[in-house]
Design a protein around this ligand. Structure first.
Ligand SMILES: [Mg+2]
Length: 355
C-alpha cells in the first residue's frame, strides 16, 4: 500500500482551566491531527500525546513515520466490509509489533485508517464496525478548583445526565457537597491517583451519602493491592484508568476493581479499544469509555463504541474553547449521534487555519 501521511500540531485553548490531581492546570490542549492518503482514499485521525503515558509531540513526530512505513507492507484496503475489518485488525497488529506503548501515535493512524476504509466502503464507521446504533449519553467532566467555582461549572452543565468531578485536591468533600447542592444526578469522581488509603477510607461513607456512582483511580497505577483493599471495603465500584492502559493490563485487575476505563489514546485506537472492551466484558468488568482533551476526531472515533459500554465519558472536545472540526452531532439528551456520512463524517471548519 502506497501511503501518504501529513500531520498538523494544534494548540487549542480550553474553555475553563482543567486541573487534575497528578498535574497542574491545563489551559490548552496540544494534539496532533493525522491525514492519510492511500489507494485514492483519505482518512483523518488524532494522535493525542499524554506525557504521563510517555508521549509528547516530539515522540509522536518520530513514531508516526515509523508506523506508516510498517503499514506500507500491507496490501491496499479491501472493498468489502468483512475483509476490511480483518485488514484493520492486521494493521493494528503491524503497528503494535512495530513499537510498544505509544498508544496515542498508534491511535492516530488507526483512527485515520478506520475513517479511510469506511469512507471507501461508503459506510459510517459505526456501521462498518457493526456497533450498536443505540448509545449511552456522555457525562461532563469538571477539573479541580475552589468548591464554589466547581459548583458554578456544575450548574452550567446540569443538563448532562451525569457529572465527573475531578478530586484529589485540597477540598474534595466540600467540592462534592457544593456540586450536590446544584446537581441531583449521578456523580462520578476521579482522583487520578491522588488519594492515599487513609483519605479514601475517610471519604467513602461521605461519597455513599452523596450518591457517588463510581470512584476512578484513587491510587497510583501500580498500587493494585491497595485498589483491591479499597474495593473490598467499598460498595461503590472502583474503576481503573491509569492502571488499565491496554488489553494486557486487564487480567491483573480481575478481582481488584469492578471497572476499567478504556481510551483510544491509551490502547492504540478504535480496533484495540474494541478488543479491550470485549475482553473486559469476558472478564466481568464494567466498562467506561473515556477520552483525553481531544478534538471531535478522537471523540467521534471513540463515540462509535459508545453503545458497548456502561459509562461514557467522551467530552474532550466540549472542554475546548473551539473544536476545529465539524460533523459530530450531540442530541439534547447528550448522546453523540451515530453519523450517517461515510467514515467519521468530519471536516475541518471552513474558517480554520492549520498550524
Ligand atoms: Mg481518569
Amino acid at each position: 500500500m502506497q501511503l501518504t501521511l501529513a500531520t498538523h500540531v494544534l494548540h487549542l485553548p480550553l474553555r475553563d482551566p482543567f486541573r487534575i490531581a497528578r498535574r497542574e492546570d491545563d489551559r490548552q490542549a496540544t494534539t496532533v491531527i493525522v491525514e492519510l492518503e492511500a489507494a485514492g482514499l483519505t482518512g483523518i485521525g488524532e494522535a493525542f500525546p499524554v506525557a504521563y503515558y510517555g508521549e509528547t509531540v516530539a515522540t509522536v513526530g518520530v513514531v508516526l513515520p515509523l508506523l506508516a512505513e510498517a503499514l506500507g507492507g500491507l496490501a491496499d484496503p479491501p472493498t468489502d466490509a468483512a475483509t476490511a475489518r480483518a485488514w484493520l485488525a492486521d494493521a493494528a497488529t503491524v503497528m503494535a509489533d512495530t513499537i510498544g506503548g505509544h498508544g496515542g501515535a498508534r491511535a492516530g493512524l488507526d483512527i485515520a485508517l478506520h475513517d479511510l476504509v469506511a469512507r471507501g466502503l461508503g459506510l459510517p464507521l459505526w456501521q462498518l464496525l457493526e456497533a450498536p446504533a443505540t448509545v449511552v449519553p456522555t457525562d461532563f467532566s469538571i477539573g479541580i478548583d475552589e468548591p464554589a467555582v466547581v459548583a458554578e461549572r456544575a450548574a452550567r452543565a446540569a443538563d448532562f445526565p451525569a457529572l465527573k468531578i475531578k478530586v484529589g485536591g485540597a477540598a474534595d468533600l466540600e467540592t462534592l457537597e457544593a456540586v450536590r447542592g446544584v446537581f441531583a444526578g449521578p456523580l462520578r469522581v476521579d482522583a487520578n491517583t491522588g488519594w492515599d488509603q487513609d483519605e479514601a477510607l475517610r471519604l467513602v461513607p461521605e461519597l455513599e451519602r452523596l450518591g457517588v456512582e463510581l470512584i476512578e483511580q484513587p491510587f497510583p497505577a501500580r498500587a493494585l493491592p491497595q485498589l483491591r483493599w479499597l474495593q473490598e471495603r467499598c460498595p461503590i465500584p472502583v474503576v481503573a484508568d491509569e492502571s488499565a492502559v491496554t488489553i494486557d493490563d486487564l487480567e491483573a485487575l480481575t478481582g481488584v476493581v469492578a471497572g476499567v476505563n478504556v481510551k483510544l489514546a491509551k490502547c492504540g485506537g478504535v480496533g484495540p479499544a474494541l478488543a479491550m472492551i470485549r475482553r473486559a466484558r469476558e472478564l466481568g468488568f464494567r466498562v467506561m469509555l473515556g477520552c483525553m482533551e481531544e478534538t471531535s476526531v478522537g471523540i467521534a472515533a471513540s463515540a462509535t463504541l459508545s453503545g458497548l459500554v456502561d459509562w461514557v465519558d467522551l467530552d474532550g472536545n466540549l472542554l475546548l474553547a473551539r473544536d476545529p472540526f465539524e460533523g459530530l452531532v450531540m442530541d439534547a439528551g447528550r448522546h453523540w449521534l451515530p453519523g450517517t456520512e461515510p467514515g467519521l463524517g468530519l471536516r475541518w471548519r471552513e474558517d480554520d487555519t492549520l498550524s
